[in-house]
Design a protein around this ligand. Structure first.
Ligand code: KIV
Length: 271
């Protein structure tokens, strides 16, 4: 039995009740109206308008180039498509690191111009002041620790994070700081499963993992990866639920064949 009813909007409070009652949280990324509608109709709890749009929608190598205006455009499309789930939007690189006033202004633009329900940002201690300022303006904040793709050039690799004891202790300290600052949930990316479970057991807020094992309170995947739209990205944590690259490739191949052979359109497909 689910904590929330079929038609009622999922809120940050729903997620907290789900954690309290042991119901796992499902979250996927979305970037456009049509997919948001399908994912929402399928019953997803949370849609994240991730800055991974920079990779999967715009074709950039990293998440760094995407702008606040572009994130707002994606978020507006998702908000129009989803009626039931909670919609969280990433603050993109360069829109919050300067100072807490810049962070607040960026968060307010996302809430006001896109109609989102919450924002997510990456980092620990260094972003706590910004998180407090955003929350004090009434905007719910989701934290993000472990592999933080906006800092890829600092670390130089997408390898598993916090494998060493001192790094794991630092991650735990940061997780507690984010909870104390008022975050309603936390994403943990690509860390050992045992550490993911320890953080989820220590924190009272929901902890949602991507490559953080099964002991956390929920899971998030990038929609393009789990639907098999990408053939060339196969990290260990990814489970593919469809092979849409092959499905689309075959469908388009058949369309081309039918056009060239004059099979399409037939009598019934014209006026
Ligand atoms: O941008 C994104 O897709 C994310 C997820 C990987 C959590 O932040």
């Amino acid at each position: 039995m689910s904590v929330h009813s079929e038609n009622k909007r999922v809120t940050t409070h729903t997620l907290q009740s789900m954690k309290n009652q042991g119901e796992k949280i499902s979250m996927l990324t979305a970037y456009d109206f049509s997919m948001a509608r399908i994912l929402d109709d399928s019953g997803i709890d949370v849609l994240l308008v991730g800055d991974s749009a920079s990779n999967v929608m715009a074709g950039h190598e990293t998440t760094l180039p995407i702008t606040l205006d572009q994130m707002i455009y994606h978020a507006q499309s998702v908000v129009r498509g989803a009626q039931r789930c909670l919609i969280v939007v990433d603050l993109p690189f360069g829109s919050y690191q300067g100072n807490s006033k810049e962070a607040l202004n960026s968060a307010i633009r996302i809430m006001k111009e896109a109609g989102a329900h919450a924002i997510k940002l990456e980092g620990g201690e260094e972003v706590v002041d910004s998180i407090k300022r955003i929350i004090s303006a009434g905007v719910p904040v989701m934290g993000h620790l472990g592999l933080t793709p906006q800092s890829i050039y600092k670390f130089g690799t997408y390898a598993v994070r916090a494998k060493k004891a001192d790094e794991a202790e630092q991650l735990m300290r940061n997780a507690e700081l984010l909870q104390d600052a008022g975050c309603f949930a936390l994403v943990l990316e690509k860390i050992p499963a045992a550490l993911g479970q320890k953080v989820a057991e220590t924190l009272s807020i929901p902890v949602i993992g991507i490559g953080a094992g099964g002991g956390v309170d929920g899971q998030v995947l990038v929609m393009h990866d789990m639907l098999g739209l990408n053939k060339d990205f196969s990290p260990r944590f990814l489970r593919r639920y469809a092979s849409l690259y092959d499905t689309v490739h075959e469908a388009v191949g058949n369309y081309i064949k039918d056009v060239k052979s004059r099979d399409f359109p037939n009598e019934q497909e014209q006026y």
